[in-house]
Design a protein around this ligand. Structure first.
Ligand code: SR1
Ligand code: MG
Length: 435
């Protein structure tokens, strides 16, 4: 029997979502006309929740509902419905800092676990745009801006520790989704797990070698500890290209249900990981080799731009916060601190985020190829041997960065290694040349 959180909770279908809006006059007014004039679409795309778009004569709304199970798996995988509350808490926490980089929330229902938000159209999911070979001129810089603002404004650099500990109090309750990350990201790929989805037989040797790779498992274990204990800033927690909606001139970050207080590099590393995987996957996609090569070159540039915008904006926000622009010192980092020492401290802080970014990037790549949550970037490659080669290249790159943390101290070196990797034999998990 399906376990529901309260007697009033009902799972919506598309018509139910429209009926829900009809029963809430302020929301119905947003759509205009009468419910008979509205159209409803089921547009669920992620792994966990229901999402509907309802259009009326005057406007549209998006209705998102948490289900008591994993949507793409079914009732056999129950999932805490309170994730909707954490998503709402996250959206509220970052809203003052991110402006229009996130959708506007109109309504949250704690009984039905429903969020009603601005309908984003003609936006599409960034991953789908990339799969279609479309370049979105603003997306990378906008996500970097979002990551910098959320990271800075929820860190000890900007808020009193009492506020940060209050955030820790809220988001440390998001146990079910942190459990997903601990299991699916940091554990499953390195053990025999029924949830893993290895492209067999092509990647069987890779999967087996990961389970035996003590040095790699130690590196991953170190970063699992950092994920759990490095309370640096409030994280989105699942900041990949499926959590970003885009048009050529607008970018919105959605789906903050995995929010936690954690290491800033987890968000930036996750985002870059999906560009790296798109880069490997593109080698096996349809299209001329020249088109694919130029798209891949653009993806490599995007990674550099993402990091550079993030680092520059983070430091700028910090300088502004410290009153360097208006001369009004606001934190202990400014008063009595020698300017050069302060600059060096800022650089070292951002360098540490980069080191974490690179490592979490590697961890995210491995889990998307071996683990449960596979990506359309790869699954849309019909030719299995070609798909396996692309996946093996990404695995090999991830392993290299995790085993050689000191080698990737700037983004140019990271992207240089990516380009270099193509020339190496990525198919053999034991190939020492990849390490
Ligand atoms: C069961 S949930 C699987 C994955 O989907 C989400 O988008 C997260 O990435 C999670 O790890
Ligand atoms: Mg999601």
């Amino acid at each position: 029997m399906l376990h529901t959180p309260n007697h009033d909770y009902r799972i919506l279908d598309a018509q139910g979502a429209a009926d829900y809006l009809a029963a809430h006059p302020a929301l119905a007014a947003h759509l205009g006309g009468t419910p008979g004039e509205w159209t409803c679409r089921d547009v669920a795309d992620g792994n966990l929740n229901s999402v509907f778009l309802i259009d009326g004569p005057q406007g549209g709304l998006c209705v998102k509902q948490s289900l008591p199970y994993v949507r793409v798996f079914g009732e056999g995988w129950p999932m805490d419905i309170n994730r909707a509350r954490f998503e709402h808490a996250y959206a509220s926490r970052v809203a003052p800092h991110v402006g229009t980089l996130a959708p506007r929330i109109h309504h949250f229902d704690e009984t039905q676990f429903i969020t009603v938000m601005e309908k984003l159209e003609p936006h599409i999911i960034l991953r789908n745009a990339m799969l279609a070979g479309r370049r979105l001129p603003r997306a990378v810089a906008d996500v970097a801006e979002y990551a910098a603002r959320t990271a800075f404004h929820t860190s000890d650099l900007a808020v009193p520790f009492e506020r940060k500990f209050a955030d820790a109090g809220v988001f440390s309750g998001n146990l079910a989704l942190q459990r997903i990350t601990v299991d699916l990201v940091f554990t499953d790929p390195y053990v025999e797990s029924g949830r893993n989805r290895v492209l067999s037989p092509h990647l069987d040797a890779w999967a087996a070698s990961l389970r035996e790779d003590s040095a790699l498992k130690a590196a991953v274990a170190r970063h699992r500890l950092a994920y759990l204990s490095k309370a640096q800033s409030v994280l989105h927690g699942d900041l990949h290209t499926g959590s970003v909606m885009v048009t050529p001139d607008d970018t919105r970050i959605i789906d903050g249900e995995f929010a936690l207080l954690g290491p800033t590099g987890f968000d930036t590393g996750t985002f870059i990981a999906h560009y790296v995987m798109a880069w490997f996957a593109r080698s096996a996609h349809e299209g001329s080799s020249q088109e694919n090569a130029s798209f891949r070159a653009a993806l490599a540039d995007d990674i550099v731009e993402f990091w550079n915008v993030f680092a520059t904006r983070f430091i700028h926000l910090w300088q502004e916060w410290d009153g360097e622009n208006d001369g009004t010192p606001r934190t202990h980092f400014t008063s009595g601190t020698d300017r050069q020492a302060l600059d060096a401290f800022r650089r070292s802080y951002v360098d540490e985020i980069l080191a974490d970014t690179v490592a979490f990037m590697g961890v995210e790549i491995i889990r998307r190829i071996i683990g449960f949550a596979q990506l359309a970037d790869f699954t849309t490659i019909a030719d299995e041997p070609a798909r396996a080669r692309a996946m093996a290249g990404a695995l090999s790159f991830a392993r290299t960065v995790l085993l050689n943390p000191g080698r990737f101290r700037d983004v140019a070196t990271l992207v240089g290694a990516l380009l270099e990797h193509e020339r190496a034999d990525a198919g053999d998990p034991q190939a020492t040349g990849n390490v």
